[in-house]
Design a protein around this ligand. Sequence first.
Ligand SMILES: Nc1ncnc2c1ncn2[C@@H]1O[C@H](COP(=O)(O)OP(=O)(O)OP(=O)(O)O)[C@@H](O)[C@H]1O
Length: 274
Amino acid sequence: MSASDHRRAEAAGDPDRPREATRAPLLSARGLRLAFGGVKAADGIDLDVMPGEFLAIIGPNGAGKTTFINMTTGYLRPQAGSIDYDGQPILGLSPRAIVKRGIGRSFQLPQLFSEHTVLENAALAIAAHAGLWSPLTPLLRPRYREEAMALLDRFGLAPLAEARADALNEGARKLADIAMAAALQPRLLLMDEPTSGVAATEKMGIVETLVRVLRDTGVTAVFVEHDMEVVERFADRVAVWSQGRIAALGPPEQVLNDPAVLRDVIGIEPAHHA
Ligand SMILES: Nc1ncnc2c1ncn2[C@@H]1O[C@H](COP(=O)(O)OP(=O)(O)OP(=O)(O)O)[C@@H](O)[C@H]1O
């Protein structure tokens, strides 16, 4: 289901269902500031992410998109501001404590154990979720391997279970990395450029798979994306980052037709946009 179909289905849904405006955000960032020397990577970021939504972050290189993900997942501490998740402050928690609260992430460069198979990687991720962080024992336990196989199956990766992670093409590697993040059963998943480096022919199929799995399991997603076709098709809302600030925020049909966004972020003159 595309994001616009999803929005229509929601609008046509249960009339007793609370309206978007009255629902509490799952993630709420206020006044985030972080400078590296003279570079303002976050210069007053305010953002609410609603439960169940897919929010795309777009913007030029160096705008501060990854910095926002790093602050939300405990890898960077802002110099000012607050981040609440599920109504609780999370700033100051370690990355691992934040994962335990239910926020997962995938990285621009997939973080798989390259010399292990895809199945072994999945077993390790599932064991980590069960609280076992030791590197080898999970591989010996059939229970983790069975759960790992079920996870891979959901992501369409079962045929690659016995392939070594370093033998995967970029699309499968990205999908496998997101499957590992999903093994930790997050309620909110932050993905940094899930389609970067993926061949154009594979891209849509990969995004369709991951969106289907995440929607089926009720995961809220924030993803940094440079491909506007992916954004248009799969995002419920788009946030445009520019020099550490959010320059525009709204549904893709509105934001991606905004002349200033087209010119400054996507880099085309509005008149040339058919
Ligand atoms: N740990 C750090 N130390 C110093 N400078 C940093 C650090 N992290 C980010 N920066 C700087 O902060 C700015 C924002 O970086 P960030 O990686 O968040 O941008 P981005 O929007 O994700 O860019 P890209 O699309 O290239 O990934 C950049 O100028 C970057 O060089």
